[in-house]
Design a protein around this ligand. Structure first.
Ligand code: ABN
Ligand code: CU
Length: 701
């Protein structure tokens, strides 16, 4: 029977430190010392979990299970499961030619090896670096991606090389032109890729972003006054463990090594009825393909989540810097590779922000007005994928909208450039001697839908003109247009792309339930406008390895464990042979799988194509990408009319009789005017910049 003990982790909670410890001890007891690449929650099977969520007091509580990936001596890779209550290994499967996620510990070994390798020292000399300066040579070791010369069985990394003459220099401004390849099993460099045309080390002066460098170039701007965010009465959300409640929303905040933040069991309380919307939301994978055709840059297409892990790379966030205001933090716990424990403090921050105007209307006849300010709830993490930072925010709005947002900042991936070199259009000189190659940042959002229940259907929605000709009886004046909704009934039909010209959106609908007014199915609409197609061609390495990037939308019937759209073990996949991830779930034998009125997962790939420019260097101002999951025909009306207005006056109060207006002030209808807001430059009559009446919008006095 289900337990309600408060000290038990919620079934969606990430593994606790002691659960990670138990899983590791169980494996060590059976198999001795191995390297732990993954020790993470195997999320409960959905059928069990939904039964428990519906009846937590009477349904069995889902078991706590650890999902493990280890490398045993001899480079043998195992996928395992440990039943934590029973301390029992329930699965132990030897993998053939698959490489688990790379850990930061593995990456950090490579730099030391590279510096001591005679062939690397020789190449540095050719580039113009003396052997005694090898301590100034650095590398960003990337998984090799895939290289047909070496295959998948040997664990390999490619070392992207840089020179950093001063330890405080921007790491990416003196790239070197050769690329050593590191064999992780042997612990040595086994090859070096050397370009046909050499690009010696740039002699350009350093361009840095640290304080001394900024001071040397004129210093920091001095005209910024503080902005403080105050919440004198605290926050408006409540946490029970990792479950949050805010403005009718309720959901669970999980976190794992790979996807980072995972949101589960997202519901909205619609005037007393708790309505399910999404069973699970996460950023499931991403890929950053680079567009320079010269060998070996085809290997540069980081699948950062499957290869390195958005959880493993996550930052410890700090108050007032990464997030301002009243912040609630959650930590993340992981294994070390050797089987220890590590904690990333403040891995997730949770806070509210003002969201601008929620709604407003002024009656132009009498200037009666209603203005209501909105606020948003933000669940955020930031991860550092070597040179780049990704700020991932899950933004919840009061009106039922969820807005995933990713900001891109950090430093460009760079390559050496000869002073006379033409970038041939494949990149841009962003600083003297620094070529930043064209690339894309494509993210795959996994939407496990539950719109008023598990049985959902996706429609592609296009704004189109009437088919009828101008002058025809149906469209005599030619002005008719409508919303064409096309049902996606099978996985094959669901592979769809974005069209800006038809304002294309995708509707996740529950066709079993109609809105009482519009008579349309209740739905959540995916509104996403930054949806570049994958630019590397069909058949290219990245096209094969990142099947999710081939279309803006894929839809699959739900199956437990179908979580990773480029496969579970991503390093060194070729994309040939056994199809992986979405290529398997939508490929041969599955094209006709029904996604009509059933439990479905929608996979959405969005992002940006980045043609670098000097403004992006030496560190990039953050570039946001965003999309919306919006209720459409979901509510029976505007769901936020009960949010207290900041100011309201009604026509009957707006007569010329000023005493009437005063009375209206006293009755409180003006609402919750922000008493800390002030006129920026006084009131225009030479008075100071205070406003005792609480801000510029108190015009009903
Ligand atoms: N972007 C590729 C990457 C991520 C983390 C560490 C090394 C390389
Ligand atoms: Cu970029």
């Amino acid at each position: 029977m289900g337990s309600t003990a408060v000290d038990l982790p919620h079934p969606f909670d990430p593994l606790t430190l002691s659960e990670i410890e138990t899983a590791i001890a169980t494996v060590k007891k059976a198999h001795g010392d191995v390297f732990f690449h993954v020790v993470s929650l195997q999320e409960p099977r959905k059928a069990e979990m939904t039964a428990w969520l519906a009846e937590p007091d009477t349904s069995p509580r889902p078991k706590r299970v650890a999902d493990l990936v280890v490398i045993a001596p001899g480079g043998k890779v195992y996928d395992g499961l440990v039943d934590l209550a029973e301390t029992k290994i329930t699965k132990w499967e030897l993998l053939d030619g698959e490489q688990p996620i790379i850990t930061m510990e593995e990456l950090q070994l490579v730099e030391h090896i590279v510096r001591k390798d005679a062939r690397v020292i020789e190449q540095c000399k050719i580039s113009g670096i003396c052997p005694q300066d090898m301590d100034k040579v650095y590398c960003d070791p990337w998984t090799i991606g895939y290289d047909e010369r070496f295959g998948s069985s040997v664990r390999l990394q490619q070392a992207l090389m840089y020179y950093r003459p001063d330890v405080d220099n921007c790491q990416y401004q003196y790239p070197l032109d050769f690329c050593p390849i590191y064999d992780a099993d042997k612990g040595e460099i086994i090859a070096i890729d050397i370009p046909k045309v050499r690009r010696p080390l740039s002699k350009a002066p350093a361009l840095d972003y640290h304080p001394a460098a900024v001071e040397a170039r004129g210093g920091y701007r001095g005209d910024l006054k503080p902005i403080n965010i105050t919440q004198p009465e605290g926050v408006s959300f409540r946490m029970a463990g990792r479950e949050i409640e805010w403005q009718n929303w309720k959901f669970h905040i999980g976190f794992n090594y790979r996807e980072g933040i995972v949101l589960n069991n997202i519901t909205y309380n619609d005037k007393g009825t708790v309505r399910p919307i999404f069973y699970r939301l996460s950023l499931a994978e991403m890929v950053v393909p680079y567009g320079n055709p010269e060998h070996p840059h085809q290997r540069k297409h980081a699948l950062d989540q499957g290869e390195y892990g958005a959880g493993y790379m996550t930052n410890s966030l700090s108050l007032g810097c990464d997030c301002k205001g009243s912040i609630h933090y959650l930590d993340a716990h992981f294994p070390t590779r050797a089987g220890g424990l590590r904690t990333i403090k403040n891995a997730i921050c949770i806070h509210e922000e003002d969201a601008g105007i929620l709604f407003k209307h002024t009656d132009f006849r009498d200037e009666s007005v209603i203005v209501t300010r909105g606020r948003k709830l933000i669940i955020q993490q930031i991860f550092t994928a070597a040179n780049y930072e990704y700020v991932v925010a899950w933004v919840f709005h009061q009106d039922g909208t969820i807005q995933p947002e990713i900001k891109l900042t950090g430093i460009l991936n760079t390559y050496a450039m000869h002073p006379e070199e033409d970038t041939l259009g494949w990149g841009t000189q962003v600083s003297l001697g620094v070529n930043a190659h064209n690339h894309q940042h494509l993210f795959c959002l996994r939407i496990d839908a539950n719109v008023d229940g598990p049985n959902n259907t996706v429609f592609v929605s296009d704004a189109v003109p009437s088919d009828a000709a101008v002058g025809s009886p149906e469209n005599y004046y030619g002005n008719a247009f409508y919303n064409r909704r096309t049902k996606l009934a099978t996985t094959a039909e669901a592979m769809t792309d974005y069209h800006g010209t038809t304002s294309r959106t995708w509707e996740i609908a529950n066709t079993n339930k109609l809105n009482p007014l519009s008579r349309k199915p209740v739905s959540y609409k995916l509104v996403s406008r930054e949806v570049p197609g994958l630019l590397p061609k069909e058949g290219s390495l990245v096209w094969k390895r990142a099947p999710f990037a081939r279309h803006a939308v894929h839809v699959t019937p739900y199956h437990d464990d179908q979580l990773y759209p480029a496969g579970k073990h991503v390093p060194q996949t070729s994309g040939d042979g056994k199809p992986l991830g979405l290529a398997a779930w939508t490929g041969p034998g599955h094209e006709e799988d029904s996604i009509d009125n059933t439990d479905i997962v929608l996979w959405h790939t969005f992002g940006v194509t980045h043609f670098p420019s000097p403004e992006d260097f030496p560190v990039m101002p953050a570039e946001p990408m965003t999309l919306l999951l919006r209720p459409r025909n979901f509510f029976a009306g505007n769901p936020v009319m009960d949010v207290p207005p900041s100011y309201v006056s009604v026509p009957s109060q707006m007569g010329k009789n000023s005493s009437n207006k005063k009375k209206n002030d006293a009755n409180g209808w003006r609402g919750l005017v922000d008493a800390t807001s002030r006129l920026a430059f006084g009131d225009g009559n030479g008075n100071g910049n205070g406003n005792e009446n609480g801000g510029a919008c108190c015009k009903g006095k």
